[in-house]
Design a protein around this ligand. Structure first.
Ligand code: NDP
Length: 515
């Protein structure tokens, strides 16, 4: 097979009349499909349950975008059974065939691009460009993993040895569990699902409760691409119930989790305990939160720094693991930079996501409550420069918020808020800035704005984050270009979208025949 070389899908910004009109049309057509019911999919069968998960529009929560069936323990057992039943067949598919199927899925997503974006606008409150970036990344993951998987099909090189025939080859692990967050409902879910199945594993997929419809769309795509029954099973349910059950299940071979540190810690602990009947060490992949910082020194291009800070802090309302939540500024240019950031933040428009504002709503009432409670903490810990309040409207609208005079040990400088709240910290010099930046338990993304070569090189070595950016925004890692994953309590650094990611879901077998 000769696939086109992988290149990231360009992200639509809707500047052209054609793209703008296509999106408007997609929004109308998707709205007409609101309220549909999506059953579980277990072993290719549609399964309904007495209870449902209702997914609403955070811009206007009285609107029901759709609903899914809600799995309990019995369905979780059935899904894991189905995944194991499907495993031997899928494992034995030639790699080219599996890769071709995923490339086909990417093509289907591409065909449905505007429609999928519209679902994300409604279900989780992304503005159009944020939704476009999410769908583009999902397409990227499918293509990148489809192509990357081909490089493992012939095994690994080993040295010749007299009198023996030696070989080492890769085999998949078995049936695993994918547990995903709501903030990249298509991209992250697609990536976490596509990677294990690309190399012959099978999965039970537990999407976040807030985004069961986006997950159902992924399953429509996979089904149309011809994925055999049971290779991926759609299992919405409560994380603390079915998610936790699947994590401790003796037949779960691996857990691919993206979400909060709190849940990640529980999963790590539970998965480490041997359940009765379990005959392997579960592999656990954890991609967790961040407390990401941008450093700006006195040599920096201040306008560029301010622009990138505002994009990194407030894109998708700050609900990205990579979002800037600390701005660390050296003394000399502090006032100038803060003024630039303030001016740009004041100009941001907040509103219903379908109107394509700069910021849409927060994802849920729970998110709104968390963010507002952190804003209260911030009032005690710093000086409120801007925002700090809920906005009018039935949606979960919160004004982009800036605090300064924040100490490095303040809670709002240490804990992940996951909302449109930026803390500004003043430091005397660049070296202190780097110390402050490293002074949290996380280590996901970070950025430096400077024109001093030796400072950039020092940061390259000492700024301890999985994804470091110089003189640009710190969000928007591209699949295959910036492998993504964090250090310290930001996770297990699996580097999604990186050249070695698929190895996580493979094990190497070495076979020797004596002649
Ligand atoms: P949560 O940790 O609350 O939830 C993530 C998933 O875990 C959901 O599907 C949830 O189900 C499920 N879950 C909840 N409790 C359990 C449990 N006890 N056992 C098993 N599964 C469980 O995170 P959010 O969805 O709120 O996502 C936001 C978080 O994700 C942020 O911290 C963010 O930084 C992080 N994130 C990290 C990324 C990275 O690459 N490092 C990327 C994107 C986000 P349910 O929906 O039913 O609660």
């Amino acid at each position: 097979m000769t696939p086109e070389p992988y290149r990231p899908e360009p992200v639509e910004t809707f500047q052209s009349h054609e793209a703008f009109e296509a999106m408007r049309k997609a929004l109308i057509e998707v709205r007409a499909q609101f309220g549909r019911h999506y059953p579980l999919i277990i072993g290719g069968e549609r399964v309904n349950t007495p209870e449902a998960i209702v997914s609403t529009n955070p811009s206007n929560p009285v609107e029901v975008v759709g609903q899914s069936a809600k799995a309990g323990i019995a369905e979780a057992d059935a899904a894991l059974d189905a995944a194991w039943r499907a495993f031997p067949g899928w494992r034995d598919w030639p790699q080219e065939h599996r890769s071709r199927l995923l490339l086909k899925a990417a093509q289907i997503m591409k065909r449905r691009q505007r429609e999928l974006e519209a679902w994300l606008v409604y279900e989780i409150g992304k503005n159009w460009t944020e939704a476009a970036a999410d769908v583009a990344e999902a397409i990227d993951f499918l293509r990148y993993y489809a192509i990357s998987a081909l490089k493992y099909k012939d095994g690994a090189p080993v040295l010749p040895y007299p009198g023996e025939d030696n070989e080492a080859f890769y085999i998949p692990l078995g049936a695993g569990v994918v547990i995903a967050p709501w903030n990249f409902p298509l991209a992250i879910l697609t990536g976490m699902t596509a990677a294990p199945i690309a190399v012959g594993n099978t999965v039970v997929v537990k999407p976040a409760e807030d985004t069961v419809v986006a997950a159902a769309k992924l399953f429509e795509v996979l089904e149309e691409a011809g994925l055999p029954p049971g290779v991926a099973n759609y299992l919405p349910g409560e994380g603390s119930e079915v998610g936790a059950y699947l994590v401790r299940h003796p037949r779960t071979r691996f857990i691919n989790f993206t979400g909060s540190l709190e849940v990640g810690l529980q999963i790590n602990e539970t998965a480490a305990r041997l359940s009765p009947g379990q005959v392997w060490f579960k592999r656990v992949f954890l991609e967790l939160g961040g407390k990401d910082a941008i450093i700006v020194d006195e040599t920096a291009d201040l306008k560029a720094a301010a622009q990138a800070t505002v994009q990194s802090a407030f894109g998708f309302q700050g609900q990205k693991c990579s979002a800037a939540s600390r701005l660390i500024v050296v003394d000399g240019i502090y006032d100038l930079l803060v003024e630039e950031v303030l001016g740009r933040t004041e100009a941001l428009i907040v509103g219903p996501a379908e109107e394509n504002p700069d910021l849409g709503p927060l994802a849920s009432q729970k998110q709104e409550e968390t963010v507002l409670s952190y804003i209260e903490v911030g009032r005690q810990e710093g000086r409120l420069l801007l925002g700090g309040r809920r906005l009018e409207g039935s949606g979960f609208f919160v004004a982009p918020t800036l605090f300064d005079r924040v100490s490095p040990d303040a809670r709002i400088a240490q804990e992940e808020i996951f909302g449109p709240v930026l803390s500004v910290l003043r430091v005397p010099d660049f070296d202190t800035a780097l110390e402050v930046a490293n002074n949290t338990r996380y280590g996901l993304t970070g950025g430096v704005f400077s024109r001093k070569r030796e400072r950039l090189e020092k940061a390259r070595r000492e700024f301890h984050v999985g994804n470091l950016y110089f003189n640009r925004k710190i969000t928007g890692a591209l699949v295959g270009v910036q492998p993504f994953g964090g250090f310290n309590l930001s996770g297990t650094d699996t580097k999604a979208g990186g050249p070695d990611y698929l190895l996580n879901f493979l094990q190497m077998k070495s076979v020797t025949e004596r002649f």
